[in-house]
Design a protein around this ligand. Structure first.
Ligand code: A3P
Length: 314
Protein backbone atom coordinates (compact mmCIF):
# COMPACT_ATOMS: atom_id res chain seq x y z
CA UNK A 1 0.00 0.00 0.00
CA UNK A 2 2.82 2.42 0.88
CA UNK A 3 4.55 1.63 -2.41
CA UNK A 4 1.32 2.40 -4.30
CA UNK A 5 0.86 5.67 -2.43
CA UNK A 6 4.40 6.73 -3.43
CA UNK A 7 3.75 5.89 -7.08
CA UNK A 8 0.43 7.76 -7.04
CA UNK A 9 2.01 10.83 -5.43
CA UNK A 10 4.59 10.97 -8.21
CA UNK A 11 1.98 10.96 -11.03
CA UNK A 12 0.94 14.09 -12.96
CA UNK A 13 -2.33 15.40 -11.54
CA UNK A 14 -5.22 17.71 -12.42
CA UNK A 15 -7.66 19.70 -10.34
CA UNK A 16 -9.77 21.04 -13.22
CA UNK A 17 -13.11 19.48 -12.25
CA UNK A 18 -14.63 20.28 -8.85
CA UNK A 19 -13.86 16.91 -7.37
CA UNK A 20 -13.16 15.80 -3.86
CA UNK A 21 -9.66 14.67 -4.91
CA UNK A 22 -7.31 15.80 -7.72
CA UNK A 23 -7.09 13.06 -10.33
CA UNK A 24 -3.91 11.69 -11.79
CA UNK A 25 -2.60 10.25 -15.03
CA UNK A 26 -1.68 6.56 -14.85
CA UNK A 27 -0.96 4.28 -17.82
CA UNK A 28 -2.46 6.91 -20.13
CA UNK A 29 -5.79 7.45 -18.33
CA UNK A 30 -7.00 9.87 -15.65
CA UNK A 31 -8.16 8.44 -12.37
CA UNK A 32 -8.87 9.28 -8.71
CA UNK A 33 -6.10 8.13 -6.36
CA UNK A 34 -8.74 6.18 -4.42
CA UNK A 35 -9.75 4.20 -7.51
CA UNK A 36 -6.18 3.84 -8.59
CA UNK A 37 -5.15 2.03 -5.44
CA UNK A 38 -7.89 -0.50 -6.17
CA UNK A 39 -6.77 -0.86 -9.79
CA UNK A 40 -3.11 -1.31 -8.85
CA UNK A 41 -4.08 -3.89 -6.26
CA UNK A 42 -6.12 -5.76 -8.86
CA UNK A 43 -3.30 -5.58 -11.41
CA UNK A 44 -1.03 -7.12 -8.79
CA UNK A 45 -3.15 -9.82 -7.26
CA UNK A 46 -6.58 -10.35 -8.88
CA UNK A 47 -7.19 -13.97 -9.88
CA UNK A 48 -10.16 -14.58 -12.16
CA UNK A 49 -12.36 -17.58 -11.54
CA UNK A 50 -13.75 -19.67 -14.42
CA UNK A 51 -17.02 -18.13 -15.54
CA UNK A 52 -16.21 -14.62 -14.33
CA UNK A 53 -17.86 -11.90 -16.39
CA UNK A 54 -16.48 -8.37 -16.41
CA UNK A 55 -18.94 -5.51 -16.85
CA UNK A 56 -16.82 -2.71 -18.30
CA UNK A 57 -17.65 0.89 -19.12
CA UNK A 58 -16.53 4.47 -19.15
CA UNK A 59 -18.36 6.22 -16.28
CA UNK A 60 -21.85 7.48 -17.15
CA UNK A 61 -22.32 5.18 -20.14
CA UNK A 62 -24.98 2.89 -18.67
CA UNK A 63 -23.00 0.88 -16.09
CA UNK A 64 -25.87 0.82 -13.59
CA UNK A 65 -28.27 -0.52 -16.23
CA UNK A 66 -25.83 -3.16 -17.46
CA UNK A 67 -25.14 -4.30 -13.90
CA UNK A 68 -28.89 -4.73 -13.31
CA UNK A 69 -29.48 -6.53 -16.63
CA UNK A 70 -26.60 -8.98 -16.29
CA UNK A 71 -27.50 -9.68 -12.65
CA UNK A 72 -31.14 -10.31 -13.59
CA UNK A 73 -30.17 -12.56 -16.53
CA UNK A 74 -27.78 -14.82 -14.68
CA UNK A 75 -30.01 -15.06 -11.59
CA UNK A 76 -33.34 -15.51 -13.38
CA UNK A 77 -33.82 -19.07 -12.11
CA UNK A 78 -32.79 -18.14 -8.60
CA UNK A 79 -35.07 -15.17 -7.92
CA UNK A 80 -38.56 -14.44 -9.19
CA UNK A 81 -38.79 -11.07 -10.85
CA UNK A 82 -41.41 -9.64 -8.51
CA UNK A 83 -40.43 -11.63 -5.44
CA UNK A 84 -39.22 -9.43 -2.59
CA UNK A 85 -36.21 -11.76 -2.21
CA UNK A 86 -34.88 -10.47 -5.55
CA UNK A 87 -31.85 -8.36 -4.54
CA UNK A 88 -32.54 -5.89 -7.35
CA UNK A 89 -35.70 -4.84 -5.53
CA UNK A 90 -34.05 -4.14 -2.20
CA UNK A 91 -30.53 -3.07 -3.16
CA UNK A 92 -29.15 -0.59 -5.66
CA UNK A 93 -27.54 -2.26 -8.71
CA UNK A 94 -24.12 -1.16 -7.41
CA UNK A 95 -24.68 -3.19 -4.25
CA UNK A 96 -25.62 -6.24 -6.34
CA UNK A 97 -22.48 -6.11 -8.49
CA UNK A 98 -19.24 -4.66 -7.10
CA UNK A 99 -16.54 -2.69 -8.87
CA UNK A 100 -13.04 -4.16 -9.13
CA UNK A 101 -11.81 -0.74 -7.98
CA UNK A 102 -13.76 -1.04 -4.71
CA UNK A 103 -11.45 -3.63 -3.17
CA UNK A 104 -9.75 -0.87 -1.20
CA UNK A 105 -13.00 0.05 0.56
CA UNK A 106 -14.81 -3.25 0.92
CA UNK A 107 -11.95 -5.69 1.28
CA UNK A 108 -13.05 -8.03 -1.52
CA UNK A 109 -13.14 -8.03 -5.30
CA UNK A 110 -16.39 -9.84 -5.81
CA UNK A 111 -19.86 -10.31 -4.36
CA UNK A 112 -19.95 -13.89 -3.01
CA UNK A 113 -21.80 -16.20 -5.41
CA UNK A 114 -22.02 -13.57 -8.17
CA UNK A 115 -19.67 -14.13 -11.14
CA UNK A 116 -20.02 -10.47 -12.18
CA UNK A 117 -17.33 -7.86 -11.55
CA UNK A 118 -17.65 -4.33 -12.87
CA UNK A 119 -14.86 -1.96 -13.76
CA UNK A 120 -14.19 1.40 -15.39
CA UNK A 121 -10.56 0.44 -16.03
CA UNK A 122 -9.46 0.75 -19.69
CA UNK A 123 -8.95 -2.55 -21.52
CA UNK A 124 -5.15 -2.33 -21.69
CA UNK A 125 -4.92 -1.70 -17.93
CA UNK A 126 -7.13 -4.64 -16.87
CA UNK A 127 -5.23 -7.15 -14.72
CA UNK A 128 -3.04 -9.32 -16.97
CA UNK A 129 -4.66 -12.37 -15.39
CA UNK A 130 -8.00 -11.24 -16.86
CA UNK A 131 -6.61 -10.46 -20.31
CA UNK A 132 -4.79 -13.79 -20.44
CA UNK A 133 -7.67 -15.90 -19.18
CA UNK A 134 -9.70 -17.90 -21.71
CA UNK A 135 -12.37 -18.59 -19.11
CA UNK A 136 -13.68 -15.14 -18.34
CA UNK A 137 -15.70 -12.81 -20.53
CA UNK A 138 -15.96 -9.07 -20.90
CA UNK A 139 -19.07 -7.04 -21.72
CA UNK A 140 -18.48 -3.39 -22.57
CA UNK A 141 -21.14 -0.70 -22.85
CA UNK A 142 -20.51 2.63 -24.53
CA UNK A 143 -22.66 5.61 -25.26
CA UNK A 144 -22.62 8.68 -27.48
CA UNK A 145 -19.81 10.69 -25.82
CA UNK A 146 -21.95 13.85 -25.93
CA UNK A 147 -24.54 12.20 -23.67
CA UNK A 148 -21.80 10.66 -21.54
CA UNK A 149 -20.30 14.11 -21.02
CA UNK A 150 -23.64 15.69 -20.07
CA UNK A 151 -24.35 12.84 -17.66
CA UNK A 152 -20.87 13.12 -16.13
CA UNK A 153 -21.15 16.88 -15.79
CA UNK A 154 -24.40 16.58 -13.82
CA UNK A 155 -23.14 13.71 -11.69
CA UNK A 156 -19.99 15.59 -10.69
CA UNK A 157 -21.91 18.78 -10.01
CA UNK A 158 -24.42 16.96 -7.82
CA UNK A 159 -21.66 15.32 -5.81
CA UNK A 160 -19.57 18.48 -5.47
CA UNK A 161 -18.79 19.36 -1.85
CA UNK A 162 -20.66 22.63 -1.33
CA UNK A 163 -17.52 24.53 -0.27
CA UNK A 164 -15.95 23.87 -3.71
CA UNK A 165 -16.69 26.25 -6.56
CA UNK A 166 -18.74 24.67 -9.37
CA UNK A 167 -17.18 24.07 -12.77
CA UNK A 168 -19.15 25.57 -15.65
CA UNK A 169 -20.34 23.29 -18.44
CA UNK A 170 -17.93 25.08 -20.79
CA UNK A 171 -14.95 24.41 -18.48
CA UNK A 172 -15.96 20.79 -18.02
CA UNK A 173 -16.41 20.39 -21.76
CA UNK A 174 -12.96 21.81 -22.46
CA UNK A 175 -11.38 19.31 -20.06
CA UNK A 176 -13.40 16.46 -21.56
CA UNK A 177 -12.29 17.39 -25.09
CA UNK A 178 -8.68 17.48 -23.88
CA UNK A 179 -9.16 13.95 -22.56
CA UNK A 180 -8.78 15.16 -18.95
CA UNK A 181 -11.76 13.54 -17.29
CA UNK A 182 -12.19 10.54 -15.03
CA UNK A 183 -11.10 7.42 -16.97
CA UNK A 184 -10.54 9.63 -20.02
CA UNK A 185 -9.60 10.19 -22.71
CA UNK A 186 -12.95 8.68 -23.58
CA UNK A 187 -11.88 7.88 -27.17
CA UNK A 188 -9.01 5.69 -25.94
CA UNK A 189 -11.36 3.96 -23.51
CA UNK A 190 -13.92 3.12 -26.20
CA UNK A 191 -11.35 2.19 -28.85
CA UNK A 192 -9.49 -0.16 -26.52
CA UNK A 193 -12.59 -2.28 -25.97
CA UNK A 194 -13.79 -1.90 -29.56
CA UNK A 195 -10.54 -3.29 -30.98
CA UNK A 196 -10.52 -6.08 -28.41
CA UNK A 197 -14.08 -7.02 -29.41
CA UNK A 198 -12.96 -7.33 -33.04
CA UNK A 199 -9.88 -9.36 -32.17
CA UNK A 200 -11.52 -11.58 -29.55
CA UNK A 201 -15.27 -11.66 -30.30
CA UNK A 202 -15.86 -14.68 -28.06
CA UNK A 203 -14.28 -12.93 -25.12
CA UNK A 204 -15.34 -9.30 -25.55
CA UNK A 205 -18.86 -8.12 -26.34
CA UNK A 206 -19.25 -4.47 -27.37
CA UNK A 207 -22.62 -2.82 -26.76
CA UNK A 208 -24.07 0.60 -27.44
CA UNK A 209 -26.48 2.21 -24.97
CA UNK A 210 -28.53 3.65 -27.83
CA UNK A 211 -29.03 0.26 -29.53
CA UNK A 212 -30.05 -1.27 -26.23
CA UNK A 213 -32.60 1.47 -25.62
CA UNK A 214 -34.13 0.77 -29.04
CA UNK A 215 -34.60 -2.97 -28.60
CA UNK A 216 -33.80 -3.98 -25.03
CA UNK A 217 -35.32 -7.48 -25.30
CA UNK A 218 -33.03 -8.33 -28.22
CA UNK A 219 -29.98 -7.31 -26.21
CA UNK A 220 -31.13 -9.23 -23.14
CA UNK A 221 -31.23 -12.31 -25.38
CA UNK A 222 -27.81 -11.55 -26.89
CA UNK A 223 -26.32 -10.91 -23.44
CA UNK A 224 -27.67 -14.23 -22.18
CA UNK A 225 -26.10 -16.08 -25.13
CA UNK A 226 -22.76 -14.34 -24.83
CA UNK A 227 -22.44 -14.82 -21.08
CA UNK A 228 -23.30 -18.52 -21.28
CA UNK A 229 -26.82 -18.12 -19.83
CA UNK A 230 -28.81 -18.58 -23.05
CA UNK A 231 -32.57 -18.32 -22.99
CA UNK A 232 -34.44 -21.49 -23.91
CA UNK A 233 -36.95 -21.42 -26.78
CA UNK A 234 -39.70 -21.47 -24.17
CA UNK A 235 -38.21 -18.52 -22.29
CA UNK A 236 -37.99 -16.62 -25.54
CA UNK A 237 -41.63 -17.25 -26.27
CA UNK A 238 -43.01 -16.49 -22.85
CA UNK A 239 -42.60 -13.25 -20.95
CA UNK A 240 -39.14 -13.89 -19.45
CA UNK A 241 -37.19 -11.51 -21.70
CA UNK A 242 -39.79 -8.80 -21.26
CA UNK A 243 -39.85 -9.26 -17.48
CA UNK A 244 -36.10 -8.69 -17.32
CA UNK A 245 -36.39 -5.59 -19.51
CA UNK A 246 -39.14 -4.20 -17.27
CA UNK A 247 -37.39 -5.04 -14.01
CA UNK A 248 -34.24 -3.24 -15.15
CA UNK A 249 -35.91 -0.36 -16.94
CA UNK A 250 -34.94 3.15 -15.93
CA UNK A 251 -38.46 3.94 -14.76
CA UNK A 252 -38.80 0.80 -12.65
CA UNK A 253 -35.39 0.98 -10.99
CA UNK A 254 -35.58 4.70 -10.35
CA UNK A 255 -39.00 4.30 -8.75
CA UNK A 256 -37.89 1.67 -6.21
CA UNK A 257 -37.70 2.93 -2.64
CA UNK A 258 -34.09 1.79 -2.29
CA UNK A 259 -33.10 3.85 -5.32
CA UNK A 260 -35.13 6.88 -4.25
CA UNK A 261 -33.88 7.12 -0.68
CA UNK A 262 -31.05 4.59 -0.25
CA UNK A 263 -27.31 5.06 -0.21
CA UNK A 264 -24.75 2.83 -1.92
CA UNK A 265 -23.66 0.56 0.93
CA UNK A 266 -20.46 -0.75 -0.63
CA UNK A 267 -18.59 2.44 -1.23
CA UNK A 268 -16.52 3.29 -4.26
CA UNK A 269 -15.34 6.63 -2.85
CA UNK A 270 -14.92 7.66 0.79
CA UNK A 271 -18.14 9.73 0.73
CA UNK A 272 -21.51 8.02 0.48
CA UNK A 273 -23.25 8.09 -2.92
CA UNK A 274 -27.06 8.31 -2.96
CA UNK A 275 -28.52 5.61 -5.20
CA UNK A 276 -30.75 8.21 -6.85
CA UNK A 277 -27.65 9.96 -8.24
CA UNK A 278 -27.25 7.05 -10.67
CA UNK A 279 -30.67 7.72 -12.19
CA UNK A 280 -31.03 11.12 -13.84
CA UNK A 281 -33.02 11.11 -17.11
CA UNK A 282 -31.94 7.96 -18.93
CA UNK A 283 -32.56 9.61 -22.32
CA UNK A 284 -30.81 9.27 -25.65
CA UNK A 285 -29.82 12.66 -27.07
CA UNK A 286 -30.26 14.73 -23.89
CA UNK A 287 -27.01 16.47 -24.88
CA UNK A 288 -29.04 18.73 -27.18
CA UNK A 289 -30.49 20.44 -24.10
CA UNK A 290 -27.05 21.43 -22.80
CA UNK A 291 -24.51 21.66 -25.62
CA UNK A 292 -24.48 24.34 -28.30
CA UNK A 293 -24.34 23.09 -31.92
CA UNK A 294 -20.69 24.22 -31.99
CA UNK A 295 -19.81 22.19 -28.89
CA UNK A 296 -21.56 19.12 -30.30
CA UNK A 297 -19.79 19.50 -33.61
CA UNK A 298 -16.44 19.86 -31.91
CA UNK A 299 -16.82 16.63 -29.92
CA UNK A 300 -18.21 14.78 -32.95
CA UNK A 301 -15.21 15.88 -34.99
CA UNK A 302 -12.77 14.71 -32.30
CA UNK A 303 -14.47 11.32 -32.23
CA UNK A 304 -14.52 11.02 -36.01
CA UNK A 305 -10.81 11.75 -36.13
CA UNK A 306 -9.95 9.34 -33.35
CA UNK A 307 -12.19 6.55 -34.67
CA UNK A 308 -11.11 7.01 -38.29
CA UNK A 309 -10.44 3.63 -39.90
CA UNK A 310 -11.66 1.65 -36.87
CA UNK A 311 -15.13 0.95 -38.30
CA UNK A 312 -16.73 2.49 -35.20
CA UNK A 313 -19.28 5.29 -35.53
CA UNK A 314 -21.95 6.91 -33.37
P1 A3P B 1 -28.27 10.34 -17.65
O1 A3P B 1 -27.43 11.14 -16.73
O2 A3P B 1 -28.14 10.78 -19.08
O3 A3P B 1 -29.69 10.27 -17.24
P2 A3P B 1 -23.67 4.99 -15.22
O4 A3P B 1 -24.60 3.94 -14.75
O5 A3P B 1 -22.58 4.47 -16.10
O6 A3P B 1 -23.21 5.84 -14.10
O7 A3P B 1 -24.52 5.91 -16.21
C1 A3P B 1 -25.55 6.71 -15.69
C2 A3P B 1 -26.49 7.04 -16.83
O8 A3P B 1 -27.29 5.89 -17.13
C3 A3P B 1 -27.44 8.14 -16.43
O9 A3P B 1 -27.74 8.84 -17.64
C4 A3P B 1 -28.61 7.34 -15.91
O10 A3P B 1 -29.82 8.06 -15.87
C5 A3P B 1 -28.66 6.21 -16.92
N1 A3P B 1 -29.34 5.01 -16.39
C6 A3P B 1 -29.32 4.53 -15.13
N2 A3P B 1 -30.09 3.44 -15.03
C7 A3P B 1 -30.62 3.22 -16.25
C8 A3P B 1 -31.52 2.24 -16.76
N3 A3P B 1 -32.02 1.28 -16.00
N4 A3P B 1 -31.85 2.32 -18.07
C9 A3P B 1 -31.35 3.30 -18.87
N5 A3P B 1 -30.51 4.26 -18.42
C10 A3P B 1 -30.14 4.23 -17.14
Amino acid sequence: MEKMKHIIESLPNETGWSLYQPYCLYQGFWCFPDFLEGIMLAQECFKPEPGDIFICSHPKSGTTWLKALTFAIINRHRYHFDDSSNPLLSKGPHDCVFFLEQRKFIGKFRQPGVPLIATHTPYSSLPKSVLDSDDCKIVYICRDPKDTFVSLFHFIDKRRPKHIEPVSIEQGFELFCEGKSIFGPIWDHILGYWKASLERPNKVMFLKYEDMRKDSALYVKKLGEFMGYSFSAEEQHNVTLQKIVELCSFENLRGLEVNKTGVQVNRIVPHPVANQDYFRKGKVGDWSNYLTPEMAQRLDKIMERKFYGSGLTF
